[in-house]
Design a binder for this molecule. Structure first.
Ligand code: AGP
Length: 372
């Protein structure tokens, strides 16, 4: 088993360290030298894809957070409305879908019953269905009109890590492909974004090379009984994912919030010593998001929080308000989840291990949930 884990103490840690390859392999062969997307594998005609009026992403758990990241990117690049819904909620209301709706299901296993049932339901309503999936030949892609496989390789640990980054990567490819088909972006813009994506694997590697900075923090926090995560824009699903990882494997109460929502309630939770992770957007972004999030850090700190910050290299504004800062390499804001998620995965994995838990087989959870 130790050989299968590639010398790592757990599959989860191995899979976290597999992430440069998971992203690179998912990008591989899907665009040409001119920066044109070549998703020939999709079985939906380009004319039909160009004519869709909305996208509904259906998924559960971590895969649904990948969908939330996709919403920001696809709406920005393609100007198509994107809804993201948990599969099990979708089917039990009367969702409005028709033949101009593209359903994008996201599933690592391709066997999640909730998602399968939601896809079947949407198909009956006449929607076009596309599956983003990590498992060749599994049920959801087989039952969908089209499939875009993620190439993360088999994921063994129950807590999803490399599949998540590969899913996000695949949704970016889909977004760029739609933008190309529909003429929403210039070819040069698509080429530039692809070039930025191409640099992501080595940037993830840079984070992995500094894993000890995160592990030290995690070991010092093994007594924490609640950890909060704040993020905004694409940092919001990253915060949700950071919280989910901690719940799943370390059994610690954790919650992710949109930072702007703090003042509407969650700030009441903050008292002395409360650990709060904050995912800070790039200071190079167009709008004032960065300074808003820096104010959020100050607000929780003033109430006693222990502020643990994920910021971009060169961001000098956060230092004075943070107990601990981890810098991730520069990248365009929409791609940032591929980097900012990684330290949170390492944190959860190390903290759970420090508590003596089996991170690969957390209690009460199954790798794929094949019951409704
Ligand atoms: C992630 O760490 C979880 N174990 C879980 O939320 C998972 O993402 C969810 O059950 C969906 O699984 P799928 O991607 O195989 O459909």
């Amino acid at each position: 088993a130790s050989a299968e884990k590639g010398g790592f103490p757990s599959f989860m840690e191995k899979e976290i360290f597999d992430q440069p390859a998971a992203v690179a392999d998912t990008l591989l062969g899907r665009s040409d030298a001119d920066g044109r997307l070549t998703l020939d594998e999709l079985r939906i005609a380009p004319e039909e894809l160009a004519a869709i009026s909305k996208i509904v992403v259906l998924a559960c758990g971590t895969s649904a957070y990948a969908g939330s990241v996709a919403k920001y990117a696809i709406e920005s690049w393609c100007r198509i409305p994107v809804e993201v819904e948990l599969s099990h909620e979708f089917r039990y209301r009367e969702p409005i879908v028709d033949d101009k709706t593209l359903i994008v299901s996201i599933s690592q296993s391709g066997e999640t019953m909730d998602t399968l049932m939601a896809v079947r339901y949407a198909k009956e309503q006449g929607a076009k269905t596309m599956s983003i999936c990590n498992t060749n030949g599994s049920t959801i892609p087989r039952e969908s009109d089209a499939v875009l496989y993620t190439h993360a390789g088999p994921e063994i640990a129950v807590a999803s890590t490399k599949a998540f980054l590969a899913q996000i990567t695949a949704t970016y490819l889909l977004g760029l492909y739609l933008a190309q088909l529909r003429g929403n972006l210039f070819q040069g813009q698509i080429k530039d974004i692809l070039a930025d994506l191409g640099k992501i694997p080595s940037k993830i590697q840079d984070i992995l090379d500094r894993a000890d900075e995160i592990k030290d923090l995690a070991r010092n926090m093994s007594e924490a009984n609640s950890v909060l995560f704040l993020g905004r824009h694409v940092g919001y699903p990253v915060a949700m994912e950071g919280a989910l990882k901690l719940k799943e494997i370390a059994y610690i109460h954790a919650e992710g919030f949109a930072a702007g929502e703090l003042k509407h309630g969650p700030i009441a939770l903050i008292d002395d010593g409360q650990p709060v992770f904050v995912v800070v957007p790039s200071p190079r972004g167009r709008d004032s998001l960065h300074s808003k999030v820096v104010s959020n850090i100050q607000e929780v700190r003033a109430r006693g929080a222990k502020t643990l910050v994920i910021a971009e290299d060169g961001d000098s504004a956060v230092k004075d308000f943070s107990e601990w800062v981890f810098y991730v390499p520069e990248t365009p804001t929409l791609l940032m989840p591929l980097l900012a998620t990684v330290p949170l995965q390492i944190f959860a994995c190390e903290l759970a291990s420090a508590k003596g838990f089996d991170v690969d087989q957390p209690r009460n959870l199954a790798k794929s949930v094949t019951v409704e």
